[in-house]
Design a protein around this ligand. Structure first.
Ligand SMILES: [Zn+2]
Length: 510
């Protein structure tokens, strides 16, 4: 059998034999009776096909033996993976592969079930059958042409069906985790790489001193998500999207630029003392924790650097004790907020709230019903199908909710009379809502439009904080602000000094 035929055959049998969970998921999330549904079905099949041909051709170019061995591995391991997925109703994403790698032998035994033998036997049987296939070696150039040809054709088909991208994007994680054998192969590699990166030591920063070590000081840092300055009335948007914050004595910093257009990079840079999105120094929370600050990280988002802090809480951890309509939204991050802070015996507390904010494309799912004030609203993730008005309405409702979320933190802080407290809010990056035909974010920085780069940055300070920092004298009229200010301003807020502290970047310094 020629190599090309072998690759094609293996791909075909892979799709037919091992993709029941994959197609079950697809069928659950499309309406097959509609043209839209048929197109989605077609597009995922093409994508799956291209991925298989591409990697198998690549393996064949490396060597025919490698391709053959991978074929054995594929037909042997896929049934076992299917067994796990069907028995434990799980998907093989990165977290799951991490769980499997971290399973010790006694736990591994608990996965055992006689039914597993059927799957094992099936895998062995397939290997036995395949071992008789003789692959005739093909020239590498021919394989390269074949692999590239299929890939280009596939990409072209996907390009023509660009309207399905949002659908693909929304389900990518779930589909990828069901694509055999790539889900467990790639997610194992991803897990190992991440573990390697995490184990790479963060370079520690020099020790710091506090101006008033005995004074109780609280900083709440709220990290926004996909909130653009342009849609904040505080930044001049004609529509009232900040009805609550405008009544508070907040300071709104002008001309703020994010350093990146996607979450991991911008969160990294706002927590880096260099304001860099890729350095290996310990991030702000870890540094402060090591210097004696009690650090809390509460998240309804993801993408933060490796943290070593006293309290790390996901929304799912906080949901148990949460009450009210906000619990399914960012409001969950406020669950027992002041109770936890007041119960702390530490003088310096940093509370980071990493919100999900205005993360698209399902803006309509980011706020409680009572915040659906701008109507009609885009209620599909296929946002291109919505009118501009519906899309703006859905997005603006997320800003309204963010406005209320921040105002409610201020309300809580106001009640703690005499406490020196500060709430800082900055968004990680902005968002495109159809301007220049772009949606969402993540456009390469050099060509990204301003709406993806210009973000809101504001703060509220308690009277005690204002007094200790002489805030009335500060004008906050620098030419430009950005996430590079966060690290040094938080240090400044706590009255921390060390050799890496940069007064120029501290917005509270004179
Ligand atoms: Zn983001």
């Amino acid at each position: 059998m020629s190599t090309v035929k072998y690759i094609f055959g293996l791909t075909f049998f892979n799709l037919v034999l091992f993709h029941f969970p994959f197609y079950a998921y697809v069928l659950e999330h499309i309406e097959l009776g509609t043209l839209d549904g048929v197109l989605s079905f077609f597009v995922v099949t093409v994508a799956l096909f291209v991925v298989n041909i591409f990697f198998l051709s690549l393996f064949a170019i490396i060597s025919t033996t490698f391709l053959k061995l991978f074929g054995f591995f594929m037909v042997f391991s896929a049934p076992i993976a299917l067994y796990f997925m069907s028995t434990y109703n799980t998907i093989l994403d990165r977290t799951m592969m991490g769980n499997l790698f971290n399973t010790n032998s006694s736990e591994a035994l608990s996965y055992y079930h006689p039914k597993m033998f059927i799957y094992l036997f099936m895998g062995l049987g397939l290997v036995y059958l395949m071992r008789k296939i003789k692959i005739q070696k093909s020239k590498r150039v021919r394989l390269l042409k074949y692999g590239l040809g299929v890939t280009v054709l596939g990409v072209l088909i996907l390009y023509i069906n660009a309207s399905k991208w949002l659908w693909l994007d929304k389900h990518a994680k779930n589909l990828g985790a069901r694509a055999m054998p790539w889900s467990y192969v790639i997610n194992s590699v991803r897990y190992k790489l991440r573990a390697l990166k995490a184990s790479k030591k963060q370079i520690l920063l020099p020790p710091a001193t506090f101006t008033n070590p005995n004074e109780k000081e609280l900083v709440i840092l709220v990290i926004g998500e996909s909130a653009r300055a342009k849609s904040f009335s505080l930044y001049g948007y004609e529509r009232e999207t900040n009805p609550k914050l405008k009544k508070e004595a907040i300071v709104v910093l002008p001309n703020v630029h994010a350093t990146a257009t996607y979450t991991t990079a911008s969160v990294h840079s706002m927590l880096s003392y260099k304001g860099s999105s890729s350095d290996s120094y310990e991030p702000l929370p870890n540094y402060l924790q090591r210097q004696g600050v009690e650090v809390w990280w509460r998240t309804k988002n993801w993408g933060e650097p490796t943290l070593k802090v006293a309290h790390y809480q996901r929304a799912s951890d906080l949901k148990e004790d949460c009450m009210g309509e906000g619990c399914g939204y960012d409001g969950v991050l406020l669950s027992n907020l002041m109770q936890n802070i007041k119960a702390s015996k530490t003088n310096k507390i940093l509370m980071v709230l990493h919100t999900t904010g205005s993360h698209g494309p399902s803006y309509f799912e980011k706020y409680p019903k009572s915040f659906e004030q701008f109507r009609p609203v885009c209620k599909t993730v296929n946002i291109k199908a919505c009118s501009q008005e519906e899309l703006n309405n859905a997005y603006d409702n997320t800003i309204l909710y963010t406005d209320a979320f921040l105002a409610s933190i201020i309300e809580k802080l106001k009640k703690e009379k005499g406490l020196s407290s500060l709430m800082l809010y900055i968004s990680d990056h902005g968002e495109s809502l159809g301007e220049y035909g772009l949606y969402l974010h993540g456009t390469p920085y050099a060509i990204a439009p301003d709406v993806q780069k210009e973000v809101p940055f504001l703060f509220w300070a308690s009277p005690a904080f204002k007094k200790s920092k002489d805030l009335e004298e500060l004008s906050f009229k620098r030419d430009e602000y950005g996430d590079a200010n966060i690290f040094h301003s938080v240090m400044g807020a706590f009255g921390m000094k060390s050799s890496i502290y940069d007064k120029e970047l501290d917005i509270f310094s004179k």
